[in-house]
Design a protein around this ligand. Structure first.
Ligand code: ARG
Length: 566
């Protein structure tokens, strides 16, 4: 039953307005003393030619109190409605208990496809914490859309092509060795890559040499391509280790190199549509009418660019997946890049350019400012995740040394803490890494929500009989405010998921989970559960079971495990 709608229907009959107008007018008061719903009568003053408080009085006289309300009263120009806590709790709890892990799912996305371009690290450069955000936010968006019935296509648009490979080849030939690369993998590739930049500062011929190697790669030169492939394989192996730790998967690893043989026809199309212009030997699409710098399509030396590949990839994806939406997760500093090439797609005459959405996010910082590959002060993802796990293990050793399966729980909690920290604030905000804050079991953190979940599990484990969706339960025993608060938050869960999807903002879910956990802990503190008398106990256990269910499902949507003990 939709209480708001039921109340609106009563009001519509009594006031002689349309049900739609009534639904739109019913409010949820911020102050609980004003009821669970309220109907302001100001707008009716014109029609009835009476003072709003008087209208409120007349309205309430006409209303017959339905069973799901415990009270109706007039305060000033408002009619306030108070839900019967038991009836309300019953309807929401029975629903969660019967739908179980499907509670929150919907099919509004049925038949629609969303392509999600996320993670997309650059090969041969280390997978650093900057890419963590893209990975984690993209993964959550994937799961949230899937929950709503969308067909999701997760794509890792690896940076596996471009001049940096020319640089890497030159670096390898000058300062690298097969043994070292085989031994140290990506670390060694990064070392020689950084070395290239240091050396190139006073030897500009190196840059020219690197460009030549990249052109060779483009022309299919065997030596260039086999070196490239070698670097590629080494990098992918390391990325996959990190993805496994994070529990992240992709439907396609179509990186930039995938578009090598697909760019020429696109460049030709741009030419045909008279969008290409020559500028200082390069080919560009002019965007002056949009107040943007030109979009570079072909370099002076014939090389293609990041944007050329993105344009080609968008056309390919539209053809292959016929997406309704294609979203790109990168840091804020790529705003201009996306705005530019989206505009190129627009100028090509494709109206689906409107369904290309850049989803930017803020930076990640430790204490030492922005993280970058070029200068070598990067923190590798794997190191970071391992540190999260070992920090968590220390806490477990201290708080619960007898816990079974400590290794695994430390992984779930440590990695969960990193993911949660990343998804807690609106994505545009910068994320700061502070172990202390992230792992605080009492803060607004992953471990806090996970811990609350284990608390619910522990009560359920100790209960003799668990409530079921259709069991005889006296819900009128849930007559306190705190129980009602928990039920309201549970009821809001599905709406929060669709809100998160609309805004492409997983933090909506993250924050809601914290709110549920906080309300539940208050409920747990105020209400004895297992020791209360049977009627009350079963009703309270229904709350515990529903909360356990929603926290677990909510964490899953964020890509976080929910251990049963920690
Ligand atoms: N490889 C890029 C980077 O690390 C991100 C790619 C994002 N996706 C895209 N289609 N441009 O900055």
């Amino acid at each position: 039953m939709d209480f708001k709608f039921e109340i609106a229907k009563l009001l519509a009959d009594a006031a002689g307005i349309s049900p739609e107008d009534a639904v739109a007018a019913v409010e949820v008061p911020a102050n609980k003393a004003m009821g669970d719903y309220a109907f302001p009568c100001f707008r009716l003053a014109k029609t009835f030619r009476k003072a709003p408080p008087l209208i409120a009085q007349e309205l309430i006289a006409k209303l017959e109190q339905p069973a799901f309300l415990s009270k109706m009263e007039v305060v000033g120009a408002y009619v306030n409605f108070f839900l019967d806590k038991g009836v309300y709790a019953e309807q929401i709890l029975r629903r969660v208990l019967s739908e179980k892990e499907n509670y929150g799912k919907s099919d509004i996305g049925k038949g629609k496809t969303i392509v999600i371009d996320y993670s997309s690290p650059n090969i041969a450069k280390p997978f650093h914490v900057g890419h963590l955000r893209s990975t984690v936010i993209g993964n959550a968006i994937y799961k949230i859309y899937e929950e709503l019935g969308y067909h999701c296509v997760g794509i890792n648009h690896l940076g596996d092509w471009g001049t940096q490979f020319g640089k890497l080849i030159v670096a390898y030939k000058n300062w690298g060795s097969k043994e070292a690369v085989e031994r140290d993998g990506i670390q060694e590739l990064m070392r020689i890559y950084v070395k290239f930049h240091d050396e190139a500062e006073h030897a500009s011929a190196l840059e020219d040499e690197a460009r030549l190697w990249f052109v060779k790669m483009q022309d299919g030169d065997e030596e260039a391509l086999s070196l490239w492939k070698w670097f590629y394989d080494i990098s992918i192996k390391e990325f996959e280790r990190v993805y496994n730790m994070l529990g992240v998967k992709f439907d396609a690893y179509t990186g930039e190199s995938f578009y090598n043989d697909k760019m020429a026809p696109v460049v030709e199309e741009l030419k045909q549509k008279q969008l290409l212009k020559e500028s200082e030997g390069a080919m560009i699409v002019d965007l002056e009418d949009k107040n943007m710098p030109p979009c570079l399509i072909i370099r002076k030396d014939g090389g293609t660019l990041y944007a050329t590949r993105d344009i080609t990839a968008a056309l390919y994806r539209k053809k292959t997946y016929n997406f309704d939406k294609c979203v790109y997760l990168t840091a804020l500093d790529q705003n201009l890049h996306f705005a530019q090439w989206f505009e190129v797609i627009h100028k090509m005459g494709y109206d689906w350019y409107q369904n290309l959405i850049h989803v930017p996010f803020g930076l990640v910082s430790l204490d030492s400012g922005k993280l970058s590959t070029r200068h070598g002060n990067v923190v590798l993802m794997e190191e970071l995740l391992n540190q999260a796990i070992s920090e968590t293990k220390k806490i477990i050793e201290e708080k619960n040394p007898d816990l079974a399966d400590k290794e695994n729980v430390a992984k779930q909690v440590g990695i969960g803490a990193v993911i949660f920290n990343d998804l807690y604030n609106t994505r545009i905000k910068d994320v700061v890494f502070s172990w202390e804050r992230m792992l605080n079991f009492d803060g607004e953190t992953g471990p806090y929500v996970q811990y609350t979940h284990t608390r619910a599990c522990s009560i359920l484990r100790r209960a003799e009989e668990l409530p079921t969706a259709d069991a005889q339960i006296d819900f009128s025993t849930l007559s306190d405010e705190v129980s009602l608060d928990v039920c309201k938050l549970l009821e809001a869960f599905p709406a929060k998921i669709s809100d998160a999807a609309d805004k492409l903002e997983p933090s909506v879910v993250t924050r809601h989970l914290v709110a549920i956990a906080q309300a539940f802990n208050k409920f747990y503190h105020d209400n004895p559960i297992l020791s209360s008398e049977p009627a009350t106990r079963q009703a309270r256990l229904a709350v515990v079971l529903a909360v356990e269910n929603v926290l677990k499902e909510g964490l899953r949507l964020l890509g976080i495990d929910a251990p049963e003990q920690m």
